[in-house]
Write a protein that binds this ligand. Structure first.
Ligand SMILES: [Cu+2]
Length: 274
């Protein structure tokens, strides 16, 4: 079960405004197909959304699309990009006085199903040197030369720095992989009160407060949008898997609004094969 992702986009869609999501998911068959692949997450989502306003969605509107498959995709990014990230806004009834989407999503997904690790395991994973990797600590760079790349990433690790990624004990290291490599990244959210995720993107606009305005997953499957807060069951661990098919300069970042700008980002380089 360790390989199951919290949110595994089935396909990389182009820019998805809410209206586009609604249009793209207009058929019942499409919605059901996407939802079936995320069944336990969807069941959890429905139970949580149903708790808002006694099940009355969208600030009083009866029923509403947010509790259905379309809303599930809009919220989680299942099959695409989370629609709310385009505006950095969650519905008012979810905000409840807060202005921090990361904190709201952290609470919302705290009890979500999916793999967990203990705090001790998270510490170990954050320091683990990936098999076959060359770690250059002075250059803050981790280089892979094999076709299979596996690494663990801890978001906001215990002991800080806050709002960073720790990989092999380094802070936001540059990752270098050969073209065509199959990349598996296990992402752990170690932050006690904020959601985090990881997206590998081609965008270079690191300073954007809303990375999803400019950033999309660079490869099919190169996103875990967000993991909720830890509970007594442990810290959430999501796995993203993709093939780094095209050489180039990419970045990994946390797509939660504001986080990449606060430092949750690093370089991801795909080198041409020889
Ligand atoms: Cu984050």
């Amino acid at each position: 079960m360790r390989s199951r992702t919290l949110v595994r986009p089935a396909a990389v869609a182009a820019s998805l405004a809410v209206a586009t999501v609604l249009a793209a998911c207009g058929t019942v068959a499409t919605v059901h197909r996407h939802v079936a692949a995320h069944n336990t997450q969807y069941t959890y989502y429905r139970s949580m959304m149903g708790a808002y306003n006694g099940g009355s969605m969208m600030d009083g509107a009866r029923g509403g699309w947010m509790i259905g498959g379309v809303g599930f995709r809009w919220m989680t990014g299942a099959g695409g990009i989370p629609g709310w990230m385009h505006g950095g806004r969650l519905p008012g009834y979810m905000m409840r006085g807060s202005t921090d989407p990361g904190k709201i999503m952290g609470r919302f997904w705290a009890n979500a199903p999916g793999p967990r690790v203990s705090p001790a395991q998270a510490t170990s994973l954050g320091d683990r040197v990936p098999v076959g990797a060359h770690v250059n600590r002075a250059a803050d760079t981790i280089t892979f030369t094999s076709a299979s790349v596996r690494l663990s990433v801890v978001a906001s690790p215990a002991g800080g720095p806050d709002e960073t990624f720790r990989i092999a004990g380094l802070v936001n290291p540059k990752l270098v992989v050969p073209a065509g490599a199959r990349v598996t990244m296990e992402v752990v959210n170690a932050d006690p009160d904020t959601a985090h995720g990881l997206v590998v993107t081609g965008s270079q606009g690191a300073s954007s407060d809303l990375p999803m305005m400019t950033a999309q997953p660079a490869f099919v499957g190169s996103a875990v949008w967000f993991l909720g807060n830890p509970t007594s069951a442990g810290m959430h661990a999501g796995t993203l898997t993709f093939t780094a098919i095209t050489p180039g300069t990419y970045r990994y970042l946390c797509a939660v609004p504001g986080h990449a700008r606060q430092g949750m980002t690093g370089a991801f380089i795909v080198t041409a094969s020889h």
